[in-house]
Design a protein around this ligand. Structure first.
Ligand code: AR6
Length: 217
C-alpha cells in the first residue's frame, strides 16, 4: 500500500525521497519557479549538460507535454530528478485561434486536453520512477505557477491521477509526497485526495449495481 503525504515546503529539501519531480518546460531548459530551484540545487551546468547529453537529437532537446524524462539529481540529496512537462492552461483565445478556424479545437476541448496532459505528467512520472527502482517520489503542484493551471482543478487532477496510478500500476512505490509551496495548495490537495481516495476505492459505477441488487426474499 502506498502512503500519500502532503507537506508544505521546498521540493529541493526532501532528502529522504528517491526521485523528485520537476515542473519542466517542453524544451527542458532551466526556467523559473520549481524548475529554477531544482537546477540551482542540482548544479545548473551539470544538469544542463546531462539533459543535452541524454536527450538532444538533430532537432535539439524536447519532451512532449504530459511526458517526462529523468536525469541524475547531482548535488541534490535525491537519486533522480524526473522532468515532467505539464500543460500551459489555455486561458484566453489566442491570435492563433482567430486566424486558423480549421485547427481551432475550441476552449473546452483545449482544457480537456490540458487536463489529460496534467494527469499524464503525474502518472508517467510515477511509472518512470517505478521503472528506475524508486520507492519514494515527491511532486510539486505541476502547472499551477507560471503555466497558470487553476490550483483547485489542478489539485483534483493530481489527486485522482496519483491515487489511480499507485493502486493500478505502481504499487511498488511506497511513498508519494506532495510538496506544496503555500497553504492554499496544501488545503486544496488535502480535500482533493480525500475525494479521489473515496472515488477510487468505491467507484460510483458500482453504486447503482449495489443498490439494485435483489434482496433475498
Ligand atoms: N518547491 C515546491 N513548490 C514550488 C517551489 C519549490 N521550490 N517553487 C515554486 N513552487 P512553477 P509550472 C510551486 O511555475 O506552472 C518554469 O520556468 C509554485 O508556487 O514552478 O508548471 C519551467 O521551466 C506553484 O504552485 O511550474 C516551465 O517553463 C508550483 O510550484 C514553467 O515554469 C508550480 O509552479 C512551468 O510552470
Amino acid at each position: 500500500m502506498t502512503k500519500l503525504e502532503i507537506v508544505q515546503g521546498d521540493i529541493t529539501q526532501q532528502p529522504d525521497i528517491d526521485a523528485i519531480v520537476n515542473a519542466a518546460n517542453d524544451l527542458l531548459e532551466p526556467g523559473g519557479g520549481v524548475c529554477g530551484a531544482i537546477y540551482r540545487a542540482a548544479g545548473v551546468d551539470q544538469l544542463d549538460r546531462a539533459i543535452k547529453y541524454l536527450y538532444e537529437d538533430d532537432d535539439g532537446v524536447s519532451c512532449l507535454t504530459g511526458q517526462c524524462v529523468h536525469t541524475p539529481a547531482f548535488d541534490l540529496p535525491n537519486r533522480f530528478v524526473i522532468h515532467a512537462v505539464g500543460p500551459i492552461w489555455p486561458a484566453t483565445p489566442t491570435a492563433y485561434d482567430r486566424l486558423d478556424d480549421v485547427r481551432q479545437l475550441g476552449m473546452q476541448q483545449r482544457r480537456e486536453t490540458a487536463q489529460r496532459q496534467l494527469a499524464s505528467a503525474y502518472s508517467q512520472s510515477l511509472i518512470l520512477a517505478d521503472v528506475l527502482g524508486c520507492k519514494s517520489v515527491a511532486f510539486p503542484a505541476i502547472s499551477t505557477g507560471i503555466y497558470g493551471y487553476p490550483p483547485e482543478q489542478a489539485a483534483e487532477v493530481a489527486a485522482e491521477a496519483v491515487t489511480k496510478t499507485v493502486i493500478e500500476t505502481t504499487p511498488g512505490i511506497e511513498l508519494v509526497r506532495f510538496v506544496c509551496f503555500d497553504q492554499n495548495t496544501e488545503e486544496l490537495l488535502r480535500s482533493a485526495l480525500v475525494v479521489s481516495a473515496v472515488e477510487v476505492l468505491f467507484p460510483s459505477d458500482n453504486t447503482d449495481e449495489q443498490l439494485t441488487l435483489p434482496f433475498p426474499t
